[in-house]
Design a protein around this ligand. Structure first.
Ligand code: HEC
Ligand code: HEC
Length: 261
């Protein structure tokens, strides 16, 4: 009997092993909540580099924060604008590292190139201690897929035609907030507020970079994720991938001062 049970156990084990491959893409990070082993070091990095703006308690009320527009983020709310994850979800560690390393163009959020990878990792874990959102698995999600830009995007002869198509999508979906010239003064822009009770100004898209970066893929990412805590919605459901790249082409033409096309 013992032998039979062992064999049955073995068979069950094999069936289970069969079920586990091929491994699905994990929808969840390996860890929920901050990595306690890195928190003390993260606090050290935070107090030296971030506290002046984000405040000792992560409430955005650091000494330097007074009068700052936009305000330093309150980490206590656990809401992050710049992510690769779907609307409403927490950012990934890679997203936070991109913000910390690269800063946010046109705001007071500086670049932190001098920190080591370990220091960036540690400060990210410390930032997670400020909000309970980080301890709930349902707030996590796998990143959305970010495709490579189509070849025509870097082809000066082919791009204008796509940009013209993008302009039509822009006029219908974006101009109410960003304005028909993309400078941020659309008819719906006036009374917009963010989740922190501050006026939410639609970005001036004729500037050489957006907050989250200067690359075409940075624009594409914003279009699929939206910016949590702000009126900037995700266009993942309402546009196709082709339309999003056409929009990106139009946004690049606005930057080059060719918005009229
Ligand atoms: C001189 C002020 C200043 C300092 C110093 C500073 N920040 Fe910021 N930070 C800001 C401002 C302002 C924003 C908000 C920008 C916005 O909302 O557009 C911000 C936003 C952020 C965000 C939110 C990004 C998102 O997706 O919403 C993170 C994360 C962040 N900072 C991390 C850090 C860390 C970590 C440090 C220290 C290593 C740091 N910041 C130091 C001013 C600062
Ligand atoms: C309901 C108003 C609204 C609509 C509609 C809207 N936006 Fe925005 N958008 C905003 C606001 C507000 C911001 C600024 C958020 C911030 O930085 O806090 C923004 C920011 C952006 C940014 C800058 C992101 C960054 O990293 O700084 C881009 C790019 C953008 N929008 C593109 C678009 C495009 C393209 C469309 C149409 C497909 C669109 N938006 C539709 C309100 C809107």
């Amino acid at each position: 009997m013992k032998g039979l049970r062992a064999i049955l156990g073995l068979v069950a084990g094999l069936v289970l092993a069969g079920d586990l491959s091929p491994a699905p893409r994990p929808a969840m990070p390996a860890r929920v909540g901050p990595d306690d082993a890195l928190v003390p070091e993260g606090r050290f990095v935070f107090e030296r580099n971030c506290l002046v703006c984000h405040g000792k308690w992560g409430d955005g009320r650091g000494e330097m924060a007074t009068g700052m527009v936009p305000r330093p983020r309150k980490f206590t709310a656990g809401t992050f604008k710049f992510r690769s994850t779907p609307s409403g979800s927490l950012p990934t560690d890679t997203d936070l590292a991109r913000t910390i390393r690269g800063g946010l163009f046109g705001t007071s959020m500086p670049t932190f190139q001098h920190l080591s990878d370990r220091e960036v990792k540690a400060v990210i874990e410390y930032v997670k201690t400020f909000s309970r959102k980080w301890t709930a698995p349902e707030n996590y999600a796998a990143p959305l897929s970010l495709p490579q830009p189509p070849a025509w995007l870097s082809d000066a002869a082919a791009r204008p035609q796509h940009a013209r198509a993008g302009r039509l999508v822009f006029l219908a979906n974006c101009a109410p907030c960003h304005g028909s010239e993309g400078r941020g003064h659309g008819p719906a822009a006036e009374n917009l507020e963010d989740d922190w009770g501050q006026p939410a100004l639609p970005a001036d898209l004729s500037r050489p970079s957006t907050k989250s970066g200067p690359e075409p893929r940075d624009l594409y990412r914003v279009l699929v994720t939206g910016l949590n805590g702000t009126p900037m919605p995700s266009f993942l459901e309402s546009t196709t991938e082709a339309q999003r790249w056409e929009l990106v082409a139009y946004l690049l033409s606005l930057r080059a001062g060719e918005g009229g096309l």
